[in-house]
Design a binder for this molecule. Structure first.
Ligand SMILES: NC(=O)c1ccc[n+]([C@@H]2O[C@H](COP(=O)([O-])OP(=O)(O)OC[C@H]3O[C@@H](n4cnc5c(N)ncnc54)[C@H](O)[C@@H]3O)[C@@H](O)[C@H]2O)c1
Ligand SMILES: O=C(O)CC[C@@H](O)C(=O)O
Length: 399
C-alpha cells in the first residue's frame, strides 16, 4: 500500500469486534478509530444489523468483514454512492472445518453422547458399567459411501465438496451461477446436479452455502422436504432465513429430517427435536477473524486513499495506479455521455486528464480521472459542486 498523506484524517467506526491486526492497518497519521462517531468516513461491521441505522454525510464505505451482506441495506448504500465491500473467501476455511466436523460429529451422535456422559457425574465406580450399557443409544452412522448434497459452490461450498470426497463421500453439487474460478477449483468427481430437486432427491446429507436473497429465502420448506430421502441430515451454516422453521419442526417431528444442524438458533429452533444448534460459530476462528479484518481494512484504506475499488458488492471493481497527483472520482448512473459531461466540466477549470477508467455494473457506474495539474485546493468545492449538478451523478470526490 502507498503511504499517502490524507488532507484530512478519516474516521473509522466499528460496529462489531474487528480483529486488531486489521484495525492497525489504519495508521494513526491518517485515521482515527472512533466507535462513538455519528459521522464516520467508513464503517467496519460483521453481523450487526444496519438496516435501521441513519448514515451521516461523510460515510463513503462499509466493509463487511465476512461474506454475507444481508445485514446491510445495500440498495440504500448504492443510491447514496456508499461502497459496500465484503471479504470473499476470507472465512471459508473456518466454515468448511465446522461443517465437516459437525457432519461427522452428528452422524456419530457425539453431541448427545457427551451430554449424556456428563449426567453420570457422581456415579463413581458405576460409571464404566453405565457407559457400557448406555452407549447403545448413541450408535451412529459412518459418512463413508453416503451422498452429500452441496447447494452453492462458492468459496465455502467448493471447499466442503472437495474435502467430503476425501472422506469417501459421494458429492452432488448445485450452483446455477458458479463462478469460473470456483469451477476450476472444484474436483471433477463432484457430480453437477442439473436441478436442485435432483440434489434433494439423492442426498443423505444436505449442506447449504448460498447468500440469503429473495430467491433463496425459505428454500427448505414442506414442499422441498417432501422430495428428500427419509432421515436426511440438513446443515445450515449460511443464514436462518433459508429455512422455513415451522416446516422444519414438522419434518423433524415426522422423521423426514433426521437431524438439523444450524448456526442460527431461535426460540423455535431450540424447541425442535433432533436439532444441533451452534451460536453462529462458522467464522469464529482467530485465523478467519484476522483474514477478514485484514482484507476488509486494506480494501477500505485503498478506496479512501486512492479511489480504487476491490471486492465491492454494489459497484464495479476499478483500479488505476495511483500517482499521487489529483484524482477525481464519481459514482453515477450507467447512462450514455456521463464521461463526456464529466470531462467537459473538468476542462472548464483548465484541468488536463492524464489517465482514466470507467467501469459499470448493472444500473451504476464508476469513473476515476487522474488530473495532470496541481489543483488549487480553493477550487475543489466548486469543481465538486459543478459535477454534482450533472444529472445521474450520485457522489463525487477529489482525492
Ligand atoms: N456461519 C457463518 O459464520 C458464515 C460464514 C461465512 C459465510 N456464511 C454464509 O454463507 C454464505 C456463502 O458464503 P461463501 O463465502 O461461500 O459465498 P460465495 O459468494 O463464495 O458463494 C455463494 C455461492 O452461492 C451460489 N448461489 C447463489 N444463489 C444460489 C442458488 N439459488 N442456488 C444455488 N447456488 C446459489 C453463488 O453462485 C455462489 O457460488 C454467505 O452468503 C453467508 O450468508 C456464514
Ligand atoms: O462475523 C462472523 O462471525 C460471521 C460471519 C458470517 O456470517 C459471514 O457471512 O461471513
Amino acid at each position: 500500500m502507498s503511504s499517502v498523506i490524507l488532507d484530512n484524517k478519516k474516521t473509522i467506526k466499528t460496529l462489531n469486534n474487528i480483529a486488531e491486526s486489521g484495525l492497525k492497518i489504519f495508521n494513526k497519521d491518517n485515521y482515527t478509530i472512533d466507535n462513538e462517531s455519528e459521522n464516520p468516513d467508513a464503517i467496519a461491521v460483521r453481523s450487526f444489523n444496519m438496516h435501521d441505522l441513519e448514515f451521516g454525510d461523510n460515510l463513503k464505505a462499509i466493509a463487511r468483514a465476512g461474506a454475507g451482506v444481508n445485514n446491510i441495506p445495500v440498495d440504500k448504500c448504492t443510491e447514496r454512492g456508499i461502497v459496500v465491500f465484503n471479504t470473499p473467501g476470507a472465512n471459508a476455511n473456518a466454515v468448511k472445518e465446522l461443517v465437516l466436523t459437525s457432519l461427522i460429529a452428528s452422524s456419530r451422535n457425539l453431541f448427545e453422547g457427551t451430554t449424556w456422559a456428563r449426567t453420570l457425574k457422581g456415579k463413581g465406580d458405576q460409571i464404566s458399567k453405565h457407559v457400557e450399557t448406555g452407549k447403545k443409544q448413541f450408535v451412529g452412522k459412518e459418512i463413508k459411501g453416503k451422498t452429500l448434497g452441496v447447494i452453492g459452490l462458492g468459496a465455502i461450498g467448493a471447499l466442503v465438496a472437495n474435502d467430503a470426497l476425501n472422506l469417501d463421500m459421494d458429492v452432488i453439487g448445485f450452483d446455477p451461477f458458479i463462478s469460473v474460478d470456483t469451477a476450476w477449483n472444484l474436483s471433477r468427481t463432484v457430480h453437477r446436479a442439473m436441478t436442485i430437486e435432483e440434489l434433494f432427491a439423492n442426498s443423505d446429507y444436505i449442506t447449504v452455502h448460498v447468500p440469503l436473497t429473495d430467491d433463496t429465502k425459505g428454500m427448505f420448506n414442506e414442499k422441498t422436504f417432501s422430495i428428500m430421502k427419509n432421515d436426511v441430515t440438513i446443515l445450515n451454516f449460511s443464514r436462518d432465513g433459508l429455512v422455513n422453521e415451522s416446516d422444519m419442526a414438522a419434518a423433524l417431528e415426522s422423521g423426514k429430517v433426521g437431524k438439523f444442524i444450524t448456526d442460527f438458533p431461535s426460540e423455535e429452533v431450540l424447541n425442535m427435536k433432533n436439532v444441533v444448534p451452534f451460536p453462529h460459530l462458522g467464522a469464529s476462528t482467530k485465523e478467519s477473524e484476522e483474514n477478514c479484518a485484514v482484507m476488509a481494512s486494506h480494501q477500505v484504506k485503498d478506496f479512501l486513499e486512492t479511489g480504487n475499488i476491490k471486492n465491492a458488492v454494489n459497484f464495479p471493481n476499478a483500479s488505476l495506479p495511483y500517482t499521487g497527483n489529483r484524482r477525481f472520482t464519481a459514482f453515477h448512473k450507467n447512462v450514455p455521455n456521463m464521461v463526456g459531461q464529466i470531462t467537459s466540466a473538468l476542462s472548464n477549470y483548465d484541468l488536463n486528464i492524464a489517465d482514466m477508467v470507467n467501469r459499470s455494473r448493472g444500473d451504476y457506474a464508476y469513473t476515476m480521472i487522474d488530473i495532470d495539474n496541481k489543483v488549487n485546493g480553493d477550487i475543489i468545492p466548486s469543481i465538486e459542486a459543478n459535477i454534482t449538478e450533472i444529472e445521474g451523478i450520485i457522489a463525487v470526490r477529489l482525492i
